[in-house]
Design a protein around this ligand. Structure first.
Ligand code: SAH
Ligand code: SF4
Ligand code: F3S
Length: 453
């Protein structure tokens, strides 16, 4: 790299930072933390890649296709790299997983920073501007970025994410997350409640508490502060105001407690939607996946949700074609989906991830066309279940939080029910951030249509 082409960087110097985000909601939250850290050092956030001095891509490694998209994007960044002084950084889970290999395979990459090293990012960008490589993929047992105020990049000013914990200790045999995100650690309730209150005061009406496994949230108060488990934290956030909707993701079925359900049932502003990834309906597969629950346990938890909160939506994640999955295991998945009557699901083909137990010790032996066929069946069934669930809503009334103008029809607004279903309705005099009572008149498998009551 020729140094004479580079602009000297002292602090951020008003240099423009562009950042693209892939992967889960944790990454969306992390991007807001990264922008906050970079702004603190004088960088200015831009949404226009063509004027950026620093281009960051916040990446996901959970499946191979997630990584392929990023490799493709990096190719496209080459054209921006032609402008003098432009730096490209890869951050997030792929940075953690692939480390220096990223720079070796893609010569436009100047900076590689893992999820626990974002405080070092401004420094590494400066190092790269001087022509050296900027790499930090150190994971941490403590880092939670607790005191950093994320720069909110959401478009609507109504709903925001709050990361309450980081990392994962579960080591499901197929999953790369424990390797890219490191060990579990939780933020103090004080910093979380403060962040939620600030959002509410700024006009936000919905917060989603985020973690890879929110039920294992646990904070002990060495420093004399508050200690508590997840249901207690949830209650504290929900008590900020009845006008603040509270959501959370993701819950692990093995840790899904009655105390959590009772807390939800007691507080109407904790949204009636639980994302509870099942992954499979076969106890045999769940065992090899190291999920540490059985089909019966999962269905009992689903029944407990329906018992305590009959109006609560239940959503899930399903993996098709994991190692050794037989036709009867797949049939078990379909029957579990029917029995749990999921309102929505994220559905994936199993993708082998290097370094996981499944990659090291098991055979990825379900043929690609079989995986595809099973996934199609799972998707078709979920569409049927979603449509059936939505049809039951026709004629019912729901309170929706208005999130913005419908993309298809500017005379209409869209919002969500407490169950997290999207509803489209006439604009009237309503505006983003309002609550409205609507009556459902029609539906598809993805959307409810309504009139305002
Ligand atoms: N912590 C959350 C989700 C993490 S990743 C949980 O435990 O539920 C999101 C989803 O990606 C997982 O629920 C799983 O369904 C899917 N997933 C993870 N690893 C995968 C892999 N190797 N192949 C296919 N899907 C995978
Ligand atoms: Fe991955 Fe399992 Fe942790 Fe979820 S709980 S992030 S699926 S290891
Ligand atoms: Fe992907 Fe990392 Fe999230 S691997 S799913 S971005 S934790």
């Amino acid at each position: 790299m020729e140094l004479k082409n580079l602009r000297p960087v002292t602090g951020g110097d008003g240099q423009k930072l562009y950042i693209e985000t892939y992967g889960c909601q944790m990454n969306v939250g992390d991007t807001e933390i990264v922008v906050s850290i970079m702004q603190g050092e004088g960088f200015v956030h831009t949404e226009r890649i063509d004027e950026a001095d620093v281009i960051l891509i916040n990446t996901c490694s959970v499946r191979d296709n997630a990584e392929q998209r990023v490799w493709g994007r990096l190719q496209e960044f080459r054209r921006h790299k032609k402008r003098a002084g432009v730096l490209v950084g890869v951050i997030g889970c792929m940075a953690e997983r692939l480390r220096e290999e990223l720079m070796e395979r893609e010569r436009i990459v100047d900076v590689v920073v893992g999820p626990d090293s974002y405080r070092d990012l401004p420094n590494l960008v400066r190092t790269a501007a001087e022509g050296a490589r900027g790499v930090n993929v150190q994971l941490s047992r403590e880092e939670t970025y607790a005191e950093i105020s994320p720069v909110r990049l959401d478009k609507n000013g109504v709903s925001a994410f709050i990361a309450i914990m980081r990392g994962c200790n579960n080591f499901c045999s197929y999953c790369v997350v424990p390797f890219t995100r490191g060990r579990e650690r939780s933020r103090s309730p004080e910093t979380i409640v403060r962040e939620a209150r600030e959002l509410f005061d700024a006009g936000y009406r919905e917060v989603t508490l985020l973690g890879q496994n929110v039920n294992s949230y646990s904070h002990d108060s060495d420093s004399g502060g508050h200690s508590g488990d997840f249901p207690e934290l949830l209650r504290m956030v929900a008590e900020i105001s009845p006008l603040l909707r509270v959501r959370f993701a993701t819950s692990h079925p093995k840790d899904f407690s009655d105390k959590l359900l009772e807390t939800m049932a007691a507080m109407p502003n904790i949204c009636r939607c639980i994302h509870l990834p099942a992954q499979s309906g076969s106890t045999r597969m769940l065992t090899v996946m190291n999920r540490r629950y059985t089909r019966e346990w999962y269905l009992e938890r689903a029944a407990a949700v329906r018992r305590l909160m009959p109006d609560c939506a239940l959503t899930t994640d399903i993996i098709a074609g994991f190692c050794g999955e037989r036709p009867e295991d797949h049939a078990d998945t379909l029957s579990l989906m029917r029995e749990a009557a999921f309102d929505f699901a994220y559905m994936f083909k199993y993708s082998e991830r290097p370094g996981t137990k499944a990659a090291d010790e098991m055979d990825d032996d379900v043929a690609e066309d079989v995986k595809t066929a099973r996934l199609s069946e799972i998707i078709a069934l979920q569409n049927e279940l979603s449509l059936a669930g939505n049809r039951l809503d026709i004629g019912r009334r729901f309170e929706v939080l208005v999130e913005g103008v419908s993309k298809r029809d500017t005379d209409r607004l869209f919002g969500r029910t407490s169950q997290n279903k999207v509803v489209v309705f006439p604009r009237g005099t309503l505006k983003t951030g309002d609550y409205a009572t609507v009556e459902i008149t029609d539906c598809s498998s993805a959307t409810l249509h309504a009139r305002v009551v």
